[in-house]
Ligand binder design. Structure first.
Ligand SMILES: Nc1ncnc2c1ncn2[C@@H]1O[C@H](C[S@+](CC[C@H]([NH3+])C(=O)[O-])CC(=O)[O-])[C@@H](O)[C@H]1O
Ligand SMILES: O=C(O)C(=O)Cc1ccccc1
Length: 242
């Protein structure tokens, strides 16, 4: 079955803040692929990381799972037995669709879905945690606390994979990479109106920080080995090992 096309911002509409409601959940696979450069590459690499980092009888977490793409990728890559994936999202529209999405794909590792706030869950016996474009929606002052909670729940040698839209302290670079991102969206069929209306809706909702800030905070949370492993314009993916 092909993905339903995202045209949520195609007509002029009232400037409401972006939210993960039923209309977004319905078009989400199309929206994220056409909006985030490198998304598919990150998902494919989540399988590779899972193959290396997930240990027997441990837990894996997919925090802000949306339709479960990272959970399915982890499941496909896990080589050890007895692991379990816990996928969490606070949007009931997303989680309901996630259940159907996951049931439609074969997965060898069990995936347990939890409706809830990633800031309130208990993380235990974890060998891998994915925060794939979720931290950017959490209030900035609460981010360190969440990363510390993930750190304490990871086993030694465990992996946090953090993907984010980022900003740049150099204004020239920031403007250039935002423009290149918008060009990417245009090439994927979005109009100028769709791009500008979504940009307004995301203002104060998706809050990017610099790559340096992310790396320094991960180190403050306790992670000893931290590196960006992929960058595509203003979208990055970082690995942090306990
Ligand atoms: N506090 C929170 N608690 C739980 N969920 C939350 C919270 N805040 C936001 N979310 C959820 O985080 C997800 C972010 S999308 C992740 C893509 C996915 N990881 C993917 O690999 O396809 C990224 C994007 O749309 O740019 C949404 O489903 C929100 O409901
Ligand atoms: O579309 C954008 O401009 C983005 O920054 C990425 C995105 C993708 C899906 C939901 C929210 C933001």
């Amino acid at each position: 079955m092909s993905d339903k096309t995202d045209n949520l911002f195609a007509k002029p509409k009232a400037a409401l803040p972006f939210s993960f409601d039923e209309s977004v959940a319905e078009v989400f696979p199309d929206m994220i692929k056409r909006s985030v450069p490198g998304y598919t590459e990150i998902i494919n690499n989540i399988s590779k990381f899972a193959g290396r980092f997930v240990t027997s009888n441990s837990n894996c977490y997919d925090l802000g799972c949306s339709l479960g793409a990272a959970s399915l990728a982890m499941s496909a890559g896990i080589e050890k037995t007895g692991a379990k994936i816990i996928a969490v999202d606070n949007s009931s529209a997303m989680l309901e669709r996630c259940r159907h999405h996951i049931d439609a794909f074969k997965h060898k590792t069990p995936i347990e879905l939890q409706l809830g706030d990633v800031q309130k869950i208990s993380i235990q016996n974890a060998s891998m945690v994915a925060l794939n474009f979720t931290l950017q929606f959490i209030a900035k002052e609460e981010r360190l606390n969440l990363l510390e909670n993930i750190y304490q729940g990871l086993n030694s040698g465990g992996l946090l994979l953090l993907s984010e839209k980022v900003s740049f302290s150099d204004d020239n670079i920031d403007d250039l990479l935002i423009e290149l991102h918008h060009q990417f969206k245009k090439e994927n069929g979005y109009s100028d109106l769709e791009i500008s209306q979504k940009r307004n809706a995301l203002e104060n909702v998706l809050l990017p920080e610099t790559l340096e800030h992310h790396i320094n905070r991960l180190k403050s949370a306790g992670f000893s080995s931290v590196s960006c492993w992929m960058q595509n314009y203003n979208f990055v993916s970082i690995i942090a090992i306990k």
